[in-house]
Design a protein. Structure first.
Length: 473
């Protein structure tokens, strides 16, 4: 099944929700508050399918005070439908949404001019041109531009056809399942149900999942993909998971669900960032960090402790652990103001000298993974786990192994999945010689030595023993 997520963006009242209703009949804005105020407040999710194609829509609010809700949906867009009213053209939240989407790295875009019935037909061409030239200032790949009215069925049908002709899925398959919870509810007889977008690898019914934020396991009792019962949920699928073994009250919006053993949470992470035009990040100030559908409060510490910066490296010191992966995007805001966008460079922070850290961040920013491995290995003399590559470098196991094999002066233990710098052998050698000098009758085996040096794998120790034999020791 070919599927992708198209999310809306645009200023309040420009017709996002009405357009989705025209496309698939879905009635958004169903809560009492939404109906009273006549605006969208939280995200809504709906579909449009044809044959083996499914488009999942995420509709976002346009209100300036609700940008936080918009971000919680935008991180998972494969493509954005930029909705601009022909009557009002570009407005403040059109701009803010475009900025946020650019910072989140969303590239595919469809430009839809709505409410074309409200302007003279003769004026439409120049309106389209004006809006298009504004949007082109951003780094989007505009797949097509169209003008519609919900009262002109023909324009809606044409848009629908074009949407089905796209192949807009953009997500890369990471090494493991990741899923940010965006809604939680309980259903009579079923128990806890969460909804979210599948990132990374698929899941199946009966799979055991791990809720990172509360370190609890839960089992997949049932799955629904785009509203239909399903055995499996794949990348970019909007998925409802019925979880067993967990109470509804235990889960909150923004929690990250994964499989056990892949992700570690850290309350400090390293990022690179870029501020919006005429904005800056201030050293050691409090900000709200939006990552996935989660909002976290924390301080930003600029790497070189200047007072303010428009772009550079920084450390986020959060009030709770962040379960992020390499290259994951985040948005930095202060109150209701969007300040900057960030890219996670080190989701796992290792203690190291500042100069070494700078080298590591530069390597990670330039996607020089071999160099990053090298630097990390020199900081992890007692072994660097290969499993952590999934989080550190967003690499599959095979790719991580390939990189490891290309490294010089490195011992790879493929069984215990640990890398050691070759020079660490000397450490083990010295210790063996010590034992032997003290007691010539000591029984030395890889197993007995690994009891003393818990960080060293048996294979690694064996390779040292083999060398000692070769050296006639
Ligand atoms: N004349 C005309 N009115 C439209 C059209 N599309 C939407 N509207 C009207 O515009 C108003 C706002 O539409 P919504 O779809 O709620 O706007 P929205 O962008 O979802 O608003 P928020 O979610 O609050 O940001 C409603 O009264 C719609 O009926 C259109 O093509 N023509
Ligand atoms: Mg709406």
């Amino acid at each position: 099944m070919n599927n992708y997520i198209i999310g809306t963006c645009g200023h309040i009242d420009h017709g996002k929700t009405a357009l989705i209703r025209a496309l698939n009949g879905y009635e958004g804005d169903t809560t009492k508050e939404e109906q009273q105020r006549g605006i969208t407040i939280d995200l809504s999710f709906s579909n449009l399918s044809k044959e083996n194609q499914n488009i999942a829509f995420i509709d976002v609010p346009g209100h300036e005070k609700l940008v936080k809700n918009m971000i919680a949906g935008a991180f998972s867009f494969d493509c954005v439908m930029i909705v601009v009213s022909a009557a009002e053209k570009i407005m403040p939240q059109t701009v803010e949404h475009l900025q946020i989407l650019s910072l989140l790295g969303v590239k595919n875009a469809i430009l839809t001019i709505t409410k074309k019935d409200l302007v003279e037909e003769s004026a439409l061409a120049s309106i389209i041109e004006e809006v298009e030239s504004f949007v082109k200032e951003f780094d989007f790949n505009i797949l097509f531009t169209t003008a519609v009215s919900i009262y002109d069925e023909n324009s809606i049908e044409k848009l629908k056809d074009k949407l089905f002709s796209l192949n807009a899925s953009t997500k890369v398959e990471e090494n493991f399942f990741r899923y940010y919870v965006d809604r939680i509810f309980s259903a009579q007889g079923a128990g806890t149900i969460v909804t979210g977008t599948v990132l990374g690898r698929p899941i199946k019914t009966d799979d055991k999942l791990f809720i990172c934020d509360i370190k609890k396991e839960a089992k997949v009792k049932n799955l629904q993909v785009h509203g239909v019962d399903s055995e499996e949920a794949n990348i970019s699928n909007r998925t409802a998971i019925n979880l067993s073994g967990i109470k509804t009250n235990d889960i909150k919006k923004g929690f990250l669900i994964s499989k056990k053993g892949y992700l570690r949470g850290f309350d400090t992470i390293d990022i690179s960032f870029k501020s919006l035009k005429s904005k800056e990040l201030k050293h050691n100030q409090n900000y709200s960090i939006f990552i996935g559908s989660k909002k976290i409060e924390g301080k930003v510490l600029l790497f070189n402790s200047t007072t303010t910066l428009e772009s550079g490296f920084a450390m986020i010191k959060a009030k709770e652990p962040i379960f992020s992966i390499y290259k994951e995007k985040l948005i930095i805001r202060q109150g209701n103001i969007t300040i900057a966008g960030g890219i996670v460079l080190s989701p796992i922070v290792d203690p190291m000298k500042k100069s070494q850290k700078l080298e590591l961040l530069e390597a990670l920013e330039n996607e020089n993974i071999s160099k990053a491995y090298e630097i990390l290995l020199s900081a992890h003399k007692k072994g660097l786990g290969l499993i952590s590559s999934a989080q550190r470098f967003a690499l599959s196991h095979e790719k991580a192994l390939e990189y490891a094999k290309s490294l010089e002066n490195t011992f790879i233990d493929e069984k215990s999945l640990v890398l050691y710098p070759l020079q660490t052998k000397n450490l083990i050698k010295t210790s063996i010689k010590d034992i032997y000098t003290k007691n010539q009758f000591a029984l030395l085996s890889n197993a007995s030595i690994s009891l003393r040096m818990k960080w060293a794998s048996e294979n690694f120790i064996q390779s040292v023993l083999d060398e000692l034999v070769e050296e006639n020791f």
